[in-house]
Design a protein around this ligand. Structure first.
Ligand SMILES: Cc1cc2nc3c(=O)[nH]c(=O)nc-3n(C[C@H](O)[C@H](O)[C@H](O)COP(=O)(O)OP(=O)(O)OC[C@H]3O[C@@H](n4cnc5c(N)ncnc54)[C@H](O)[C@@H]3O)c2cc1C
Length: 452
């Protein structure tokens, strides 16, 4: 067991931890990053598919209002390209597949009108939520005492509009409407800007991709940190005093003046703290659950669906695959279909053997794109709930009551320990953009404490 000393020890080398460490290093302070895995990037992950090409099995898209992510991409000399969206999209509901253009599928006029009204209402309610302190917003208690499902049950009349709302919860939060607090949905919408910012491809969160894959952002940040990153070093125990902290990992122990824990709350709650943390913080890590996603990619010689006038984008309220995208590289070769299992479908599929999951997903692709989709050259997938160092994704979400009871503990430092990770972001919470800004915010707080 090696012993290291630093001004700040960062736990977790995802985008948040790496952004925090870069900021600390730029301020001329000593930093050590402990990372459990044998790689950096956390929930960003490239998978090579031959010929120098990759697919992304973790986070990938960036949108035009994700300024922190876009400037990190630019600073590292990386480029983006638009998500493929030419042609007709497909929508499946109650066994029928229909094609449409734009974001909202063709529904009957009543359901379509109601969907517009519901989205406008959600946006209006979200504007009343303070993204810095959702628990202190007007009516926070009432909003946090109900699930999104119970709100839909009371306020959305048409079955088709309800199905669309359920699809949105799957696609954005990777949870079920009955899992999630209404206040959390409103907070998240506010943190992103609007409901449309979350669900749209063009102009929204799915607007563009990083040439070479989003993990290049993490790898670029880590490069600048040199040997400050200790891989294969899962932190297990944090001993903290008012002005010092010692983090013990399997490989190395780091003594520092401040610590930044940069990981989803559910994983932060699995570390041992000495002394034990206050109950409000422990309650937060007991309650803030991770969403569930299995991200799957089927790889074909070419994107054959494009020649048929299809964009490759599908939404299905029947499932188990809920969302599909054309995820081919910028030059369109090879053709890649990306299929998501989300929420309950992902939880169930995570318990299956990989070949069974593959059959489930390929069966869905064949339903939408015909027999050619049934015979990919290659298939890549990752069941994120099974990953010891993520235990789900896209991010953490609050069930009813958690914001009110435990929200104030989300970012508040405890002694020398600061909290980062996409789940602590005020802007674009849960996204790569939020991870970067959360890391930088925690670093600024730690630097102020060091200076004080
Ligand atoms: C399938 C998928 C699709 C996504 N799609 C998008 C998208 O298109 N656009 C977008 O913006 N976002 C997307 N996201 C979300 C985005 O990837 C995350 O919000 C972001 O990468 C989180 O960064 P982070 O640093 O906060 O956390 P993480 O990336 O989770 O980093 C935490 C790090 O801590 C490490 N760790 C955990 N426990 C320990 C321990 N005990 N000791 C040491 N290290 C530990 C982990 O290994 C990890 O490296 C997606 C995520 C997934 C998984």
């Amino acid at each position: 067991m090696r012993a290291l000393e630093a001004d700040v020890v960062v736990v977790g080398a995802g985008l948040a931890g790496l952004s925090a460490a870069r900021r600390i290093k730029q301020a001329g302070r000593e930093v050590v990053v402990l990372e459990a895995r044998d790689r950096v990037g956390g929930r960003t992950l490239n998978e090579p598919i031959g010929d120098g090409k990759i697919v992304e099995i973790g986070g990938q898209w960036v949108g035009p209002t994700q300024h922190r992510a876009l400037s990190a991409i630019e600073d590292l000399g990386l480029e983006t390209f638009p998500t493929y969206g030419e042609g007709r999209n497909l929508f499946e509901r109650r066994g029928r597949i229909r094609s449409y253009r734009g974001t909202i599928p063709k529904l009957n006029p009543l359901a379509l009108a109601e969907t517009g009204v519901v989205i406008a209402r959600i946006n209006r309610m979200a504007r009343g939520v303070d993204p810095e302190a959702p628990w202190a917003s007007p009516e926070a208690g009432r909003l946090d005492s109900q699930t999104f499902a119970s709100w839909i049950g009371r306020h959305v009349r048409t079955a088709a509009a309800r199905d669309l709302m359920k699809l949105a919860i799957w696609a954005v939060w990777a949870a079920e409407p009955e899992d999630i607090s209404l206040l959390h949905v409103l907070f998240y919408v506010r943190s992103a800007g609007s409901f449309e910012d979350l669900i749209d491809t063009e102009g929204g969160a799915q607007d563009a991709r990083v040439v070479g894959g989003a993990q290049l952002i993490s790898l670029g940040l880590a490069d600048a940190l040199g040997d400050s990153v200790e891989l294969s070093s899962p932190a297990r125990r944090i001993e903290h005093r008012p002005d010092s902290v010692a983090v013990a990992s399997d490989a190395v122990t780091v003594t520092a003046r401040r610590a930044i824990v940069a990981m989803p709350p559910v994983l932060a709650g699995r570390l041992v703290y000495d002394p034990a943390l206050p109950s409000i913080r422990d309650g937060l890590t007991q309650r803030m659950a991770q969403g569930a996603v299995v991200k799957c990619m089927a790889i074909y010689p070419e994107p054959f669906w494009r020649a048929e006038g299809l964009s490759g984008q599908v939404t299905s309220s029947d499932g188990p695959v809920s969302v599909i995208y054309d995820n081919s590289p910028p030059d369109g070769s090879p053709g890649v279909l990306l299929a998501f299992l989300e929420g309950r479908a992902a939880r169930r599929a995570s318990g299956l053997a990989a070949p069974e999951r593959r059959e489930l997903v390929i069966g869905c692709l064949r339903r939408f794109f015909g027999d050619r989709a049934g015979a990919p050259d290659a298939y890549v997938e990752k069941a994120w709930p099974n990953d010891e160092w993520s235990r789900g994704c896209y991010g953490g979400f609050m069930p009813p009551g958690a914001w009110i009871e435990n929200g104030p503990a989300l970012r508040k430092p405890i002694g020398p320990i600061h909290w980062a990770g996409a789940e602590t972001a005020v802007v674009w919470n849960g996204y790569m953009d939020g991870a970067i800004s959360a890391g930088e915010r925690a670093a600024d707080d730690a630097l102020s404490a060091l200076a004080g």
